[in-house]
Design a protein around this ligand. Structure first.
Ligand code: ADP
Length: 305
């Protein structure tokens, strides 16, 4: 089956340039249960210490959310391959439900912009498409949750976490996840979507310059058309491409997803929390179907979930 895609804009390779200070405790070499995804970083963060931080930061506090879903305190997770659109749909749901969208990939990219040994070790892992160690990501996430708690946030939509079974077990130990949405997209489209991804370096908005048109073979495999999501004129000249959105690295990220993250789908499937959602096409087609699958109203005034 053929997939055609066109890239409309030239790529400028860089990473998001926001500074986020981060204090790391040096400690013992006892992170044996850390991610098996690759080398660990030095100085190390203890996994137990990171999990304890996460427990402290993930307990909820009352939120002054203006959303009609106020008080529902959603604890949702988005799973799915690189390029599937986790960020797009998680961020739309976050606005609708009035809970923060927390993407661990964004937290990592913020961290990469700081200088020092840790940042350069991290950058190497990320730019090769590898996962960063569990204890590091848990520590980053707990800091983000803690900061949100201080601002009165409650609930969240996690995007890109958990990505290993160890992360899922730790999360389960500290908080109750209500729902895990597993987004799926035909494989032929994933690579093209990653290569077409662009970010506005100023406002952080996500766009996609790929036009995906997969010819349908039969009823089970109909035509899929995903038009590009082009930037408005004020973002056009500020578009950047993520350093890890190259063909070689995207293929490695897809491989890592299949080996390290697919078991997380099973983890939640066994617990009856996994909602599988196959994206039928672009946003206009998929958004309303996703809302229906979630028993949410298109109309933001009411919910039946
Ligand atoms: P993707 O488009 O592949 O889903 P993300 O933006 O979510 O990418 O993540 C970018 C990179 O950040 C990952 O390839 C990985 O190096 C790191 N990362 C993000 N979340 C995690 C996590 N939960 N565990 C380990 N590494 C992570």
């Amino acid at each position: 089956m053929a997939v055609s895609h066109r890239l409309f804009r030239p790529a400028t390779t860089t990473v998001k340039n926001t500074f986020s200070s981060f204090f790391i405790r040096s400690l013992s070499s006892s992170s044996s249960s850390s991610s098996s995804s690759g080398p660990s970083l030095d100085p190390k963060i203890d996994l137990e210490e990171a999990a304890a931080q996460l427990e402290k930061s993930s307990s909820s506090s009352p939120s002054p959310s203006p959303s009609p879903y106020k008080g529902r305190n959603f604890h949702w997770v988005f799973l799915g391959c690189p390029g599937v659109g986790k960020g797009t749909y998680a961020s739309r749901l976050s606005s609708l439900l009035g809970v923060p969208h927390i993407a661990t990939g964004d937290l990592v990219r913020d961290e990469l912009s700081s200088s020092g040994l840790l940042s350069s070790q991290l950058k190497e892992l990320v730019n090769q498409g590898k996962l960063v160690p569990d204890e590091f990501i848990i520590s980053l996430l707990s800091k983000r949750l803690e900061a949100g708690k201080e601002k009165g946030e409650s609930g969240y939509i996690l995007d890109g976490f958990p990505r290993t079974v160890t992360q899922a077990e730790i999360l389960e130990g500290v908080t109750k996840i209500d729902l895990v949405i597993n987004l799926k997209l035909r494989e032929e489209a994933l690579l093209a979507k990653c290569l077409g991804r662009r970010i506005c370096s100023e406002c952080g908005a996500n766009y996609n310059v790929a036009c995906i048109d997969i010819k349908g073979d039969n009823e089970d495999s109909p035509r899929m058309y995903m038009p590009p999501l082009l930037p408005p004129p004020n973002c056009e000249s500020k578009l950047i491409t993520r350093a890890d959105d190259t063909e070689e690295v995207v293929k490695e990220r897809l491989r890592i997803y299949n080996t390290m993250t697919q078991p997380v789908e099973e983890f939640y499937r066994k617990r009856g929390k996994l909602l599988e959602f196959e994206l039928p096409g672009g946003i206009p087609e998929s958004w309303s179907k996703l809302l229906r699958a979630l028993h949410l109203e298109d109309d933001k005034q009411s919910a039946i979930a």
